[in-house]
Design a protein around this ligand. Structure first.
Ligand code: NAP
Ligand code: GFB
Length: 321
């Protein structure tokens, strides 16, 4: 007799950087418990901007739990060009997923915010209580406002229906299966592709901006492990920041050096100061996370960058770029 399904988890955005990391943790690190079913969606299964397709895919899989990652995503320079599309697509995707989850009786939803949605003018470190304290950085105001509304909507579902819909707030994520586009990707993936290409062609690497901005990077597999903990153990509606400690923050210049070392690149590195630096920093506190998980071990940044570079080189033909 088939065993009873206790939890059926639908992962929206399951084909992306974070979704693939969760899939790895679930299938390769024994993250899946007995009686669980995991479904990883891509936009080919359903365009979640469209409510009819969203309902159809929920009807098909009838999840009890949802990890909601699907979003229009991009690095600083794509945001600067397309704030309107980031706002509209993400508002629609998020409302379609949350409302359909509600209509179909989903027990728990874990959605994904981002540390770039916090107020631009703020004190540091930023913590979970500050999300709505002022306008976000102008470069990605569309995405930020759409993401902030997830937190508002989660609170409304709890107030009106007692639902346990919550959110996580990762800082900058990177790892295998990232989008390595030199134009539209996030900084580490773009720099990995630029450096690999520069080494092949014997040209300098062009880093955008001054190299002075600072970022807290979290490795996608560490994030995947933490998201499983949130799904199983985290009981709050209020969001939780998932990241390394403040002391792990590095400058873009330092990150570039780590990429160059990992790819054994000894050529020239140029800084194109005609390009925007974006937010100079958005240092986030992981004190709340540490209260829950004092012993969680993060992969050291240099080691995770090396693994990501090795993955990119080995999978160059299939990597998104
Ligand atoms: P990603 O690699 O670009 O993946 C995005 C995922 O969303 C893909 O699976 C994509 O499907 C799916 N998707 C996009 N538009 C869709 C649509 N209209 N309908 C259905 N699915 C759609 O992005 P990621 O870095 O994994 O991001 C995952 C989550 O983490 C997002 O919510 C993002 O805002 C958040 N986040 C990311 C970072 C970061 O640094 N990367 C930092 C903080 C928070 P296809 O593969 O079919 O296109
Ligand atoms: O990852 P990123 O694009 O996004 O990083 P944000 C931008 C920083 O890296 C800026 C520098 O300081 C850039 O000047 N940089 C240097 C580069 N070279 C490059 C390059 O080749 N490509 C890119 N992209 N940057 C994001 C939001 O902000 O925060 C995202 O836009 C996401 O949506 C992420 O939520 C967490 O960190 O500035």
């Amino acid at each position: 007799m088939a065993s009873e399904v206790k939890m059926r988890v639908l992962v929206t955005g399951g084909s992306g950087l974070v979704g693939k990391a969760i899939e790895y943790v679930v299938h390769q690190e024994a993250g899946k418990l007995e009686g669980e079913e995991w479904i990883f969606l891509s936009s080919k299964d359903a365009d979640l901007v469209d409510v009819v397709q969203t309902r159809a895919v929920f009807e098909k899989y009838r999840p009890t739990h949802v990890i909601h990652l699907a979003a229009k995503v991009g690095g600083l320079y794509l945001h600067m060009m397309e704030n309107l599309q980031f706002l509209r697509d993400n508002i629609r995707i998020n409302d379609n997923v949350l409302q359909t989850a509600h209509e179909m009786g989903v027990t728990k939803v874990v959605s994904c915010l981002s540390s770039c949605i916090f107020p631009d003018k703020t004190t540091y470190p930023i913590d979970e209580t500050m999300i709505h304290n002022g306008p976000p950085h102008d470069s990605n105001f569309g995405y930020s406002h759409a993401k902030r509304m997830i937190d508002v909507q989660n609170r409304a579902y709890f107030k009106q229906y007692g639902h346990h819909y919550t959110a996580i707030i990762p800082t900058n994520v990177f790892g295998p299966h990232d989008n390595f586009s030199m134009e539209n990707g996030h900084v580490l993936s773009a720099l990995i592709n630029k450096t690999y290409t520069a080494k092949k062609e014997g040209t300098p690497v062009k880093v955008c901006g001054s190299g002075a901005p600072r970022r807290q990077f979290i490795y996608a597999l560490d994030l995947g492990r933490l998201i499983l903990w949130v799904l199983r153990e985290y009981k709050e509606i209020d969001p939780i920041i998932l990241t390394v400690g403040e002391e792990e923050e590095v400058s873009i210049k330092e990150a570039m050096h780590m990429v160059a070392k990992a790819l054994d690149f000894t050529g020239e590195v140029l800084f194109d100061t005609t390009k925007s630096d974006g937010q100079m920093k958005k240092t986030a506190s992981n004190v709340k996370l540490r209260r829950y998980l004092p012993d969680f071990t993060f992969t050291p940044l240099e080691e995770a960058i090396k693994t990501t570079c090795d993955w990119f080189v080995a999978n160059y033909d299939i990597a998104r770029k």
